[in-house]
Design a protein around this ligand. Structure first.
Ligand code: RIB
Length: 306
């Protein structure tokens, strides 16, 4: 039977503009291809899970505004259960994103996401009975992430943590984490070790485990990723695609990885699948909208190897 995934996290609307370079202080620059997209690390990860075929419930919050209503409808359109998405008296989370040469710069106002409090989570304890995996990021209050991680372990379920955007966390949190998935920058800020080569990457992974995380996957941009598999640390490359927009690269990777773990794949196969999901995502503009379906991933894997 298919496993269940509870995503506790952010729901945003992304305001995106493309430019060739970033403006200097005080400069007004002409950009192009403005778009409003549905985003938020939590929502993107939920969408990646749902589009690749997982059972997903989302616990989050949006504002009593048009963006919030549309964001909920967008999640529903992928079959995500939004029963536990609150509508609160605050603006829906907003991310202003500049895409420059394929890379992105993001400024976030978490808005309604701040209302995903420990109390809100405590009132929904039954969700932790339902879930096999609980997926979280850092765009809701940190005390809520810690509270939900404790609750997940109380119910004997697995915590997948994407520590993004990276910030200081209570060390207790890492003791509950079954799998942590930071990018290289986040791994460095958490461990103090910059994963620049094989030696430092392995040291960063071992440091994440020393903090209490059972398993770790560190994404390394163009260098692929490094991950724990049993006692050893393994590496995977990336697929060769033309990068258009890296927004949701990590989110789609995490969704694809969690979906694969739900399906019982080995870490090597799960990472290969997650990389394919992420590669397709970065070859298209936008966040959730760029994430592929299971059929698209299957088609891609027929023609690509990493
Ligand atoms: O990871 C990408 C996401 O980060 C964007 O969709 C934006 O909303 C920010 O939360």
């Amino acid at each position: 039977m298919s496993k269940n995934v509870l995503v506790i996290g952010s729901i945003n609307v992304d305001y995106v503009i493309h430019t060739d370079r970033l403006p200097k202080l005080g400069e007004t620059l002409t950009g192009s291809d403005f778009a409003m997209n549905f985003g938020g690390k939590g929502a993107n990860q939920a969408v990646a899970l749902a589009k690749t075929g997982s059972n997903v419930k989302m616990l989050g919050a949006v504002g009593k505004d048009l963006s919030g209503e549309l964001a909920i409808n967008n999640l529903k359109s992928f079959g995500i259960d939004t029963t536990d998405v609150l509508t609160v008296d605050a603006p829906t989370g907003a991310a202003v994103i500049t895409v420059c040469g394929g890379d992105n710069h993001i400024i976030l106002d978490i808005g309604a996401n701040a209302y995903v409090t420990p109390e809100v989570i405590a009132q929904r304890e039954a969700l932790f009975d339902w879930a096999d995996y609980v997926v979280m990021q850092y765009e809701i209050p940190m005390e809520s992430v810690l509270f939900a991680a404790r609750m997940t372990k109380k119910h004997g379920k697995k915590v997948i943590l994407n520590p993004a955007p990276v910030k200081e966390a209570d060390p207790e949190l890492f003791r509950y984490v079954d799998m942590i998935i930071p990018n290289e920058f986040e791994a460095q800020l958490i461990t103090g070790i910059s994963p620049d080569d094989k030696e430092t990457t392995e040291a960063a992974i071992r440091a994440l485990q020393a903090l209490g995380c059972a398993e770790a996957v560190v994404t390394l941009g163009k260098r692929g990723c490094a991950y724990t598999e049993g006692e050893k640390i393994a590496y995977a490359g990336i697929y060769d695609v033309k990068v258009v927009d890296t927004t949701a690269a990590g989110d789609s990777f995490i969704g694809g990885l969690c979906k694969s773990l739900c399906d019982g794949l080995s870490m090597t196969d799960a990472v290969a699948y997650a990389s394919a999901v992420s590669s397709i995502t970065v070859s298209r503009p936008g966040a959730g909208v760029s994430i592929p379906t299971a059929d698209e991933v299957a088609e891609f894997l027929k023609n690509h190897t990493c």
